[in-house]
Design a protein around this ligand. Structure first.
Ligand SMILES: C[S@@+](CC[C@H](N)C(=O)[O-])C[C@H]1O[C@@H](n2cnc3c(N)ncnc32)[C@H](O)[C@@H]1O
Length: 208
């Protein structure tokens, strides 16, 4: 689907520039879902990933997931995040760990090393279909965990943060169109009724 790409990006940047430097901002104010989010991510990660050397997190925010989950298992973590104030907070929180930071948009990021896992959570909603495919296509040799909000409608645009929430059907089609296969999938459990469903997808490129 076509959206006015440039203005979407500007609205989205302005939205994040105004948000507080907290885990709560990353959770859209739903602090109560943090624990179930991390717990089920841990189970999904351990079920599906075999090597635990280096992980790349795209759209890492303040390092909420890295701090609570990835640092338990991975020797090295690379974090891509566009907003400088969030990167600085990650650096402060994760100072004891072996981390590398890329303060840039995921669209600009070009991998220069091998990763054992790519984690993409709550960032695909800020990308057009084309940018989403471009992002995935940089990681043809690595298992990818995509975790994202899911709408009933095929595409649901939110003017406040210029996000696009997609249906499960649209994600399934898009993933296939980008040349990836879904190796595992499940819905997040334990969520309140008044928020979007959240879904995990394990992706592998046909070449892997
Ligand atoms: C909802 S938060 C999620 C953060 C983290 N994944 C988590 O679950 O805690 C979305 C993050 O994506 C960042 N972001 C949005 N668009 C981006 C882009 N195009 N490139 C890099 N980061 C982006 C925002 O600055 C924000 O920190």
């Amino acid at each position: 689907m076509n959206f006015a790409k440039q203005s979407m990006k500007e609205i989205n940047k302005q939205f994040w520039a105004k948000q507080t430097i907290t885990n709560s901002s990353m959770l859209g104010g739903y602090d109560e879902i943090n624990n179930v989010d991390i717990q089920q991510s841990e189970l999904f990660l351990l079920k599906n990933i075999q090597q635990f050397n280096t992980l790349l997190e795209l759209g890492a925010g303040v390092g909420r997931i890295s701090e609570q989950l990835f640092t338990k298992y991975f020797k090295e973590i690379h974090l891509v995040e566009r907003e400088a104030k969030f990167v600085n907070e990650s650096k402060r929180k994760l100072s004891k760990f072996n981390c590398q930071y890329y303060q840039m948009s995921v669209e600009e990021f070009e991998p220069s090393t091998h990763y054992d896992c790519i984690w993409i959570q709550w960032i695909s909603m800020y990308l057009t279909d084309q940018d989403f495919c471009n992002m995935l296509s940089k990681f043809k040799k690595t298992p990818i965990v995509l975790k994202e909000n899911i709408s009933q409608q095929d595409y649901l645009y939110d003017e406040e943060d210029a996000s696009i929430t997609r249906s499960d059907r649209i994600y399934q089609n898009l993933i296939k169109q980008c040349g990836f296969q879904i190796m595992d999938q499940q819905f997040q459990e334990g969520l309140p009724n008044d928020i979007y469903k959240i879904k995990f997808y394990l992706l592998k490129h046909q070449e892997l």
